[in-house]
Design a protein around this ligand. Structure first.
Ligand code: TLP
Length: 344
């Protein structure tokens, strides 16, 4: 990857080691549960999340959708943040395909939901109301700046949900970024949740795939729904092989991406006309806005950067998101800061 593409960590290409593992992968029919590489990946993933079982799925979106469809029935309600990826960026799948109502409450700047807001959103048992069934948290929280939720907070949210008979799903698309930033094992963050989805194809660089984890019974039901959605992928061991490299080789190095996000933030903070959301990013995302003094729109600045060889995400009229990843080295961070200086 020669270009400088900071639009997301989803743009990462597989590493040379992944491509080799993919070429060598043993495969079988996964719908018949006969793909040894997928079976191995699922076992590894479940162990790393502290869960009984895992299910390989094509995307984080399908993992979250499967979790909601497996936990909830039609007309049930799922409580989530108004900035949750599942609410904003998954094409309304829970409503369109599950008949499940999202009940949104405000995300706090640190990515959490206030416990009192969750409590207030849980419906009393009354025929007039939908049944409150599930709470969804996101870790790291994308739109809140890639911030990690703590173990303590996740435990308290899980206890609250369980006390009222609800379940907790964790959209852990970037749970390993959270774990590395907090210096803990991902399983500690996933333990309070009944189910968790994490992605192999973001900072971990695998080309495709996510894993949904939970109890054996939950995963069995999710497996049937995965088939209904057309997510039974047959000889997808070629993809799972890259996922195994992701889980064995790519987690600890996420700290480098976090360090580069801090370098990038520091450089951008010195450019007058730019305002950082978080001067010291917690993980691999840098959110930055244009000051009033800048007459260009975010789209215009992004276009200028693009013609200078740098791609960034536009996430508002005057706001950008830049995501560091394996293919962004120190030199690319410096070039990006220079390109911003020229553009503004
Ligand atoms: N997020 C993408 C875009 O969809 C916005 C990105 O570039 O960050 N949960 C979270 C928290 C995510 O950030 C994403 C992807 C997903 C789920 C969905 O994963 P995929 O793209 O594999 O369906």
């Amino acid at each position: 990857m020669e270009e400088i593409d900071l639009r997301s960590d989803t743009v990462t290409h597989p590493t040379p080691e992944m491509r080799e593992a993919m070429a060598r992968a043993e495969v079988g029919d996964d719908v018949l549960r006969e793909d040894p590489t997928i079976n191995r990946l699922q076992e590894m993933a479940a162990a790393m999340m502290g869960k009984e079982a895992g299910l390989f799925v094509p995307s984080g979106t399908m993992g979250n959708l499967l979790a909601v469809l497996t936990h909830c029935g039609r007309g049930d309600e799922v409580i989530m943040g108004d900035l949750a990826h599942t609410f904003l960026y998954e094409a309304g799948g829970v409503a369109a395909l599950g008949g499940v109502m999202p009940h949104t409450i405000p995300n706090q700047p640190d990515g959490t939901l206030k416990l009192e807001d969750i409590r207030a959103a849980i419906r009393p048992d009354d025929v007039h109301h939908p049944v409150s069934r599930l709470v969804v948290l996101e870790n790291t929280h994308n739109r809140c700046g890639g911030v990690p939720l703590t173990v303590e907070y996740t435990c308290r949210a899980g206890e609250l949900a369980h006390r009222h008979g609800l379940l907790l799903h964790l959209d852990g698309a970037r749970i390993f970024n959270a774990a590395v930033a907090l210096g803990i094992r991902a399983a500690e963050l996933a333990t309070p949740a009944d189910s968790v989805t994490f992605c192999l194809s973001k900072g971990l660089c695998a080309p495709v795939g996510s894993v949904l984890c939970g109890t054996v019974e939950f995963i069995e039901r999710a497996r049937r729904i995965r088939k209904q959605l057309g997510g039974g992928m047959r000889q997808a061991g070629v993809l799972a092989a890259a996922g195994i490299v992701a889980l064995t080789k790519m987690i600890d190095r996420l700290a480098e991406d976090h360090q580069r996000a801090r370098m990038l933030a520091e450089g951008l903070a010195n450019i007058s006309g730019l305002r950082l959301d978080h001067p010291v990013p917690a993980t691999n995302m840098v959110f930055v806005s244009l000051a009033d003094s800048v007459s260009y729109s975010a789209a215009q600045i992004a276009e200028r950067l693009r013609s200078d060889g740098v791609k960034i995400g536009v996430v508002g009229e005057r706001r950008f998101r830049l995501v560091t990843h394996y293919w962004i080295d120190d030199q690319k961070v410096e070039k990006t800061i220079e390109a911003f200086r020229r553009a503004i």
